[in-house]
Design a protein around this ligand. Structure first.
Ligand code: NAD
Length: 485
């Protein structure tokens, strides 16, 4: 049993408050604990971050970038260690963990170019003898509240850019897999990030509420379920904080009759079941245009799904690890029951599968529903597990309408060989991130990540140019100088 401490002002701190238990999802065993940061502990982290701000924000951006370069190198060197924490506390496979860490490091690399991004604009002679220039100034203490599903990647999508811009940061990772965040902060110190610039608070809703209510916190980045995202956005904006709150998802993929069915089927299996479906960019609904497409896809996908090796994430041949907690496992199972009751056809039922010698782990096998209809709960709600549904529609227009009517709008994709259909889809679909023959269209670091509708309660995305805008205040100076007389 280990305890995951807070990280405040460059030091690990643990104060007895309210204890939460950590589990290894592959065994079901309790393996550790954390103490929930209360208002007093939040206060000490805010003081540390506020104190560090004046020196850090005035350090030349090029010097901050040098530290981030060192941080990137240290992350590269510690990838495997981070991945092991992720597998132990979250359950995903070592390969999945390593892949996600790399996507985080890509954003650190982007942050290394901060001098270019903070350049601002300049125009001379906007009037007679008058020039104008703009600059991006840091906000102050920023907060990141992250979900359980990508403990390293999402944290790395937030604080490296925030601190590159000159802010200081408090990270509140998920209470389900908090160890990675601690290691990320320790590595930042090793890279040369001064004490107080990156802090980590362990906790849950109590900690988040204390952060949301703190007057010295200037910006909140939240990633999690829509219900909490909406609350965070409302509470933070009511206190004039800058906020970006990313919510839940339900990603559709249209498969047209002219698609390469083998490519589409194998891409969909990967998209739906990798990370046990606990991905905000996983495809969870296939919209098959025509019965023949649905039948063909099922015929190709069935053997692929049945061959997925389910087991602990630290075994090299595992394709799919366990779900994160027992409560989440029960929730996903309740959706399988609901789908059956509502009349959907459960083509593959992996719900009760447990790998040998892991009967107490939070495992389940892949599930595939066919004949899912828009009114059903399994169609409407985010399940966030290895459950893929097929909805059959007669034509492209009905497929597009279905997606546009759904509450969520994070990611979507289409499989087709027809450029005009693909282009129409990209233009008309009411979703933030779109794939064309690409099933998990997560934008690379130089673009920005963000959904629409109930998937994002605010306007600005994570990383890329949107993040520079989010983590800075724009100031525009108009100047005129008179000759000495
Ligand atoms: P969650 O909403 O339960 O928790 C997210 C964070 O909020 C955690 O740090 C948690 O401690 C905190 N929290 C939980 N309840 C709270 C409350 N009532 N008040 C204040 N804070 C609270 O989400 P999760 O289960 O950790 O993560 C899964 C969810 O995250 C899914 O809905 C998934 O779609 C979403 N997600 C979205 C994106 C995106 O970019 N849109 C990315 C990753 C995950």
């Amino acid at each position: 049993m280990y305890e995951v401490p807070h990280y405040i002002n460059g030091k690990k701190t643990s104060i007895k408050t309210r204890e939460l238990v950590l589990y290894n999802p592959a065994t079901g065993d309790s393996i550790g604990c954390l103490q929930v940061a209360n208002q007093q502990i939040v206060e000490s982290a805010v003081i540390a971050a506020k104190t560090a701000f004046s020196a850090w924000s005035t350090k030349p951006a090029a010097q901050r970038a040098k530290i981030l370069f060192r941080y990137k190198m240290l992350l590269d060197a510690n990838k495997q260690k981070l991945a092991e924490w992720i597998t132990q506390e979250h359950g995903k496979t070592n390969q999945e963990a390593l892949g996600s860490i790399q996507r985080g490091i890509d954003v650190v690399e982007f942050s290394c170019g901060i001098t270019q991004h903070l350049k601002g604009g300049y125009a001379d002679e906007i009037g007679s003898g008058i020039d104008s220039y703009s600059m991006h100034q840091p906000l102050g203490v920023c907060v990141g509240i992250t979900p359980f599903n990508f403990p390293a990647m999402i944290a790395l999508w937030l604080f490296p850019i925030a601190i590159a811009c000159g802010n200081t940061f408090i990270l509140k990772p998920s209470e389900k897999d908090p160890s990675c965040a601690l290691l990320l902060a320790e590595l930042a110190k090793e890279a040369g990030v001064p004490d107080g610039v990156v802090n980590v608070l362990q906790g849950d809703q109590e900690t988040v509420d204390a952060l949301l209510n703190h007057p010295d916190i200037k910006a909140i980045s939240f990633i999690g379920s829509s219900q909490v995202a909406k609350k965070v956005q409302q509470q933070a904006t009511a206190q004039h904080k800058r906020v970006q709150a990313f919510g839940g998802t339900k990603n559709h993929c249209i498969v047209m009759p002219d698609a390469d069915m083998n490519e589409a089927a194998s891409a969909l299996v990967t998209s739906a079941y990798d990370c046990a479906g606990e991905r905000c960019m996983a495809i969870s609904i296939i919209v098959a245009v025509g019965d023949a497409v649905a039948d063909q896809l099922i015929a190709i996908m069935k053997p692929l799904i049945e061959h997925l090796k389910i087991g602990p994430g630290n075994q090299a041949d595992t394709n799919m690890g366990p779900l994160v907690t027992k409560a989440h496992w029960q929730r996903v199972i309740s959706y399988i029951d609901a789908g059956k009751k509502e009349g959907a056809h459960l083509v593959i039922d992996g719900s009760q599968y447990k790998p040998p010698n892991h009967e107490n782990g939070f495992f389940m096998g892949a599930c595939l529903f066919d004949q899912v209809k828009p009114g059903m709960q399994i169609y409407q709600d985010e399940i966030f597990g290895p459950v893929l549904s097929i909805v059959r529609v007669p034509d492209f227009d009905s497929a597009l309408q279905l997606i546009n009517q759904h509450d969520y709008g994070n990611g979507t994709a289409i499989f087709t060989r027809d450029g005009f259909t693909a282009r129409t889809f990209a233009e008309k679909v009411q979703v933030g991130m779109v794939g064309i023959n690409v099933p998990v269209p997560v934008p690379v670091a130089q673009f920005s990540f963000g959904g629409w509708k109930q998937s994002l309660f605010s306007d600005m995305g994570m990383y890329g140019s949107e993040a520079i805008r989010f983590y800075t205040k724009l100031k525009t100076v108009t100047q005129r100088w008179f000759p000495r007389r």
